[in-house]
Design a protein around this ligand. Structure first.
Ligand code: ZN
Ligand code: ZN
Length: 249
């Protein structure tokens, strides 16, 4: 699998990164995981606008799905012609969230661009060459962490999550764990929303992952502190992702 960090900023875009969006490729299939604000622009550095074969949304906070609103136009009115609907997998009310942004009835527009597949809860789904195990993680709305397998390799993605046993289950023995690290230790962090770098690293240690990639740092945070906190409890291969980075998994 090839993982490209399209966007990795948490909560709102940073000066050098769009919000969460990850391009995962295998056997010529391109799966876009999350489509946070700004990601449609950054995506064009990695592939053509029409080259996405499927979309998987972890949850419906704006920093993970808002660019599907603007991507609607890119896909419907592209000068090469509309390629037809792309499957969009995700929480139960994706279509309503996107439609609500247009301020007018858009059933025809959306049906020409997207084929919505509500996942309907945790469990296993197949998208192209990817087997994806979905688990409900610890976040205020319906949110799916995922364990993705293809070609004998595995990637786990935390989505947004506070401390979560399910996250450890999803990440058990994976080759790469892409985990959010929004908060800093010592701040008055509200519970059950996000992780610190230290907490992300604890989950990685408990799960025995091969490599830990930290993402979703909030732009007003301190990446060097996040990394130092994580290094205290995880002595494996550890780094903070940056927009545009590519990883062979
Ligand atoms: Zn988020
Ligand atoms: Zn969220």
């Amino acid at each position: 699998m090839k993982l490209t960090i399209v966007g990795c900023a948490g909560t709102f875009p940073g000066p050098d990164a769009a919000c969460s969006s990850y391009l995962l490729e295998h056997d010529g299939f391109r799966l876009l995981i999350d489509a946070g604000n700004g990601s449609t622009g950054a995506l064009q550095r990695s592939c053509g606008l029409l080259d996405i074969d499927a979309v998987m949304l972890s949850h419906l906070h704006g920093d993970h799905y808002l660019d599907l609103i603007t991507y609607t136009y890119a896909r419907r009115y592209h000068p090469d012609g509309s390629p037809g609907p792309v499957p969009v997998h995700g929480p139960s009310d994706v279509e309503a969230h996107i439609a609500g942004a247009f301020g007018r009835p858009v059933d025809d527009l959306l049906s020409a661009v997207y084929d919505f597949h509500p996942v309907g809860g945790p469990g296993r789904i197949g998208i192209g060459p990817f087997d994806i195990d979905l688990g409900t993680v610890n976040h205020p709305i319906e949110t799916y962490g995922m364990r993705i397998t293809a070609g004998g390799r595995t990637l786990a993605y935390s989505a947004d999550s506070g401390v979560s046993d399910e996250l450890v289950t999803l990440a058990r023995d994976v080759d790469v764990f892409l985990c959010e690290a929004s908060y800093l230790e010592g701040d008055p962090n509200p519970p059950n929303i996000h992780l610190t770098g230290k907490q992300a690293a604890e989950h990685a240690s408990w799960a025995g992952v091969g490599r830990l990639l930290l993402t979703h740092l909030v732009p007003w945070g301190d990446a060097s502190r996040t990394l130092a906190e994580a290094e205290q409890v995880y002595d494996g291969n550890l780094s903070i992702v940056e927009a545009g980075a590519v990883y062979d998994i």
